[in-house]
Design a protein around this ligand. Structure first.
Ligand SMILES: NC(=O)C1=CN([C@@H]2O[C@H](COP(=O)(O)OP(=O)(O)OC[C@H]3O[C@@H](n4cnc5c(N)ncnc54)[C@H](OP(=O)(O)O)[C@@H]3O)[C@@H](O)[C@H]2O)C=CC1
Ligand SMILES: CC(=O)C(=O)O
Ligand SMILES: [Mg+2]
Length: 643
């Protein structure tokens, strides 16, 4: 049976998919090399196979013709699928070879290769599966139907979450097929709001570790820890230190649910290969007393390390990542507290391919929604006044991107365009008299004005056309606040971005009812449609999940080495362009998630185009049609045929 050592072929360059320098025929040649490899035995066989494959890859590289995306078939294996196994079409045969696949029994327990009842009669014979499965052979479609039926039986979202995580651990392709085909229904399960509850209860529901845990105990050994991860060809890392998980605060090591959830979306929504995604939680302790006193807590039982100790661990991590995975691995910072988030972004933004999803991804999605909203309210972005509740990562990140876009549109300096934007924090309106005491990221927003404590008074005084909630505190857009917005504006734009649902600044029902059905509303976590005065209102979801999968795909497929603000503007523009007249007619400022893979391909194309334009792309030459290139690169979860 198969016992090839996958790691011996790792870190070779090359692409699969129609964006690849390898043609379809060349990919098939890779597959035939594997037949030779299969016929060999033991270490010597592995070495021979390794040499053979290496030579073939070299041959391909030397003789490679850079892509002609218009004439090649779509294979759906994700960017840079070195082995070709993810890229094979359903007609092609691949071998379920990996380190751990040594018998039919272990094949069934390998989530990357397991197909459960979908193994064909031939595969059951060829891979020692006879007797290990009941006689029925089921299609993937039937498996999806059955799983959805099972998941719908559960009453509680957390039960559905656990069923989904269990599936991901058992049969990865079925998990992604389910998620892609039922994205609107399952997004609230694997992502916000349910993932928030899962993190809160992670200690009790924890079954198997997903992702890498790097704690203070691993100081000095982080490179070794990274090498313990079975996959070597990593393209995206989502990392958190668990200090600001959604609007739920410090959940310490239990924040792992967030990188795991975000990376599921990278694959399902953005088509990045699951095997190239790595979730990481850095555990420097927690200041959450409840967790510290919880006997089931899974993390370090100490208060958070800060200052030099924290900085050194993070620096070792960032250095080790680059050393192990190279210059082009994308690192997404997620749910760090703001006292670290801005500094980490500033420090590593010039040396690594990094972005902060809460600061930058959120900014891009909100700007897209505002640009789209102009179709409903008329005028230009410069005609608007913006007021935020919450002046942290999301609030000031969005504010800065709006100011940048205004500056580009009007040719006015940033200092001027910022004056259209006002922020309220826990102490009230940010004004110049508070400047000395403000955190650095708030200072640009300290405009001349008398102090105002209450949000409702700020609304009445500033008279914003757009109100954005980024406070992490639920029900702070009170009836008085929404009514004040509705008295100033014919169509007030109200975005309650805080997650999960419990922290949303107001509900969809409140926004529509208190504005007599005039609000243009979107929220960070989803709300069901609302009936008001005989009319049905469909709220949109303003969540960075629209942006990061496509942004990441664009960065990877262009081989970008740095993230630039103009890429965030490009992503935003691409998203806004995907909102249709039909969506506008329903009052929506975001397209439905059902179209997200197409949307992600368009975002990826715009981001990649910007990377080429800025000279930050390394994958040359630039493909002619970047949208087709993005689509052809996307991982698809259909089962592959095993020889
Ligand atoms: N929809 C989406 O895609 C995203 C949503 N979010 C959500 O946004 C929320 C905030 O995240 P983030 O910006 O990172 O958090 P931060 O902690 O960085 O910022 C929170 C801000 O809210 C302010 N604040 C807290 N309580 C109040 C209050 N009662 N009244 C007024 N202001 C208050 C804080 O004030 P002070 O500075 O004075 O403490 C701070 O300025 C979270 O719920 C998160 O889930 C985040 C990213 C993306
Ligand atoms: C959506 C997201 O990134 C957050 O709420 O933190
Ligand atoms: Mg986040």
């Amino acid at each position: 049976m198969i016992s090839l050592n996958r790691s011996s072929f790792l870190n070779k360059s090359g692409l699969a998919g129609s964006c690849s320098p390898f043609s379809g025929a060349q990919i098939r040649r890779t597959a035939s090399v594997r037949v030779v490899a299969l016929g060999s035995n033991g270490r010597a066989g592995e070495r021979n196979a390794s040499v053979l494959i290496e030579n073939t890859l070299k041959e391909m590289r030397e003789g490679s013709v850079i892509d002609d995306v218009d004439s090649k078939p779509t294979v759906g294996g994700g960017v840079q699928d070195v082995y070709g196994e993810d890229a094979a079409t359903e007609e092609q045969f691949v071998t379920p070879w990996s380190l751990s696949v040594a018998s039919g029994y272990s094949l069934l327990r390998n989530p990357h290769h397991n197909k459960g009842l979908a193994f064909t009669e031939r595969e059951r014979d060829a891979h020692f599966l006879r007797g290990l499965l009941p006689p029925t052979v089921a299609s993937q479609e039937l498996q999806v139907k059955k799983m959805m039926h099972n998941i719908r039986q559960y009453q509680l979202p957390l039960q559905k979450y656990m069923a989904m995580m269990d599936l991901q651990e058992r049969n990865e392709r079925l998990f992604y097929k389910l998620l892609i085909d039922n994205v609107e229904e399952l997004l609230p399960i694997v992502y916000t709001p349910t993932v928030g509850e899962a993190c809160q209860k992670y200690g009790s529901i924890f079954m198997r570790p997903q992702g890498l845990f790097i704690s203070l105990k691993e100081k000095g050994k982080i490179l070794e820890v990274l090498r313990n991860w079975p996959e070597k060809n990593i393209q995206v890392i989502v990392v958190t230190d668990g200090e600001r998980i959604l609007g739920l605060g410090d959940l310490g090591c239990q924040g792992m649910g967030i990188p795991v959830g975000k990376l599921s979306l990278y694959s399902a929504l953005g088509g990045v290969r699951p095997s190239s995604c790595l979730p990481i939680t850095i555990d420097v302790g927690t200041n959450n007393e409840t967790l510290l006193n919880d006997e089931f807590y899974i993390g370090l039982r100490q208060r958070r390390a800060t200052g030099q100790e924290y900085a050194e661990l993070l620096h070792e991590f960032m250095t080790a990542v680059k050393q192990n995975y190279g210059e082009k691995v994308l690192i997404q910072f997620e749910d760090f507290a703001n006292h670290n988030a801005f500094d980490l972004l500033a420090k590593y933004g010039t040396t690594h391919l990094v972005f902060n999803d809460d600061i930058q991804g959120t900014a891009s999605v909100v700007l897209a929604g505002l640009v789209a909203a102009l179709n409903l309210v008329g005028g230009t972005l410069a005609d608007h006044r913006f007021l935020f509740l919450g002046a942290g990562e999301a609030g000031t990140g969005i504010a800065e991107l709006i100011a940048l876009e205004l500056s580009k549109q009007t040719n006015a300096p940033l200092e001027e365009t910022r004056k259209k934007i006002w922020l309220v924090d826990s102490k009230g309106l940010i004004v110049s008299s508070r400047k000395e005491a403000l955190q650095h990221f708030k200072k640009p927003w300290a405009h001349e004005h008398e102090p105002i404590k209450e949000l409702v008074d700020a609304v009445k005084d500033i008279k914003p056309t757009v109100l954005i909630g980024t406070s992490g505190v639920g029900r702070t857009f009170t009836k008085e606040v929404v009514e004040a917005m509705a008295s100033i504006n014919e169509r007030p734009i109200i975005l309650s971005l805080s997650n999960p649902t419990s922290q949303s600044e107001c509900t969809a029902e409140e926004a529509y009812t208190w504005s007599q059905g005039r609000a243009i509303f979107a929220s960070g976590s989803p709300f069901a449609p609302v009936e008001y005065d005989g009319k049905v209102f469909v709220p949109g979801q303003a969540n960075n999940a629209y942006i990061f999968p496509g942004l990441g795909l664009g960065l990877i497929m262009s081989g970008a080495i740095r993230v630039h603000d103009d890429m965030l503007l490009a992503a935003s523009e691409a998203l806004a362009a995907q909102v249709s007249q039909e969506n506008f007619a329903k009052g929506l400022i975001y397209p439905p998630f059902t179209n997200i893979r197409k949307i992600s391909a368009h975002i990826a194309a715009k981001v990649a185009a910007k990377a080429y334009e800025l000279g930050l792309a390394t994958r040359l030459p630039q493909p002619k049609d970047l949208v087709k290139c993005a689509e052809s690169c996307m991982y698809t979860p259909a089962y592959r045929n095993y020889r």
